[in-house]
Design a protein around this ligand. Structure first.
Ligand SMILES: [Zn+2]
Ligand SMILES: [Zn+2]
Length: 235
């Protein structure tokens, strides 16, 4: 039923005028921070008269983070329970992540930014952790060595230097030439081997941000791969 009371009609008219103004100017005032921002800074909300949320994305994010930090333990416990009771959602989430390259790129960049923003704090934390848990560190190193030893194959330093040379002695992800690491394309933890065909040069930053979560073959993206390679890279 349509509300036809005069009071409501005047209200409707003012809102309609406001909506038109917002759409033509492409600007909206955020109710939280009181700053006029362009419409792309607002999420979609169909229950608001103009179709855009009353608070800007930044403010909503801030509120969300505030809530999270105030209820950290509770929220973490909630998500732990959720993911434990929905194993199938977990698999789907993982698959989605592996397909969505844009998201991977975004997450990678975010991880790199996070790393550099909190680098000193993090290094201090790591130092402290290493000091406090020597047994854990020992176990970790031992496990990694065992994985390396158990993994099929190995590569020589000569093969590594040839590989780096082929790709211009730079990181295949960002192009940096500093501190190149031998990255296992399919991680050893996921059954990858230790042959040179499973190795790509990545800089320290890209190697850290990639982690063991995702499998990206940056060699395929490199322009150099199209030229004739002196050694066989694929098995
Ligand atoms: Zn705002
Ligand atoms: Zn890099």
């Amino acid at each position: 039923m349509v509300n036809t009371s005069p009071e409501w009609q005047t209200r409707y008219k003012t809102l309609e005028a406001k909506k038109q103004q917002i759409i033509t100017s492409q600007l909206k005032l955020c109710k939280k921070c009181n700053i006029e921002k362009s419409l792309e800074n607002f999420g979609v909300n169909t229950s608001v008269y103009d179709g855009f949320s009353n608070k800007c994305k930044q403010c909503i994010n801030d509120l969300r983070m505030q809530y999270y930090w105030a209820n950290k333990e509770k929220e973490n416990e909630k998500s732990r329970i959720y993911w434990k009771s929905h194993p199938e959602r977990r698999v789907i989430q993982k698959l989605k992540r592996n397909i969505d390259e844009e998201r991977q790129e975004r997450e990678r960049n975010a991880a790199v930014n996070r790393y550099w923003k909190n680098r000193d704090l993090r290094l201090a934390y790591t130092r402290e952790y290493r000091k406090k848990n020597p047994d854990k560190i020992l176990a970790h190193t031992r496990n990694r060595r065992a994985r390396l030893e158990n993994a099929e194959g190995n590569f020589t330093s000569k093969e590594w230097s040839i590989l780096c040379k082929i790709f211009g002695n730079c990181c295949l992800c960002c192009g940096s030439s500093e501190n190149l690491h031998a990255d296992h394309i399919i991680p050893l933890t996921k059954g990858g081997n230790n042959f040179i065909s499973n190795i790509q040069p990545l800089c320290c930053r890209c190697n850290i941000s990639k982690g063991n979560r995702i499998i990206v073959d940056y060699r395929l993206k490199s322009k150099l791969i199209t030229s004739n390679l002196p050694i066989k890279i694929y098995v």
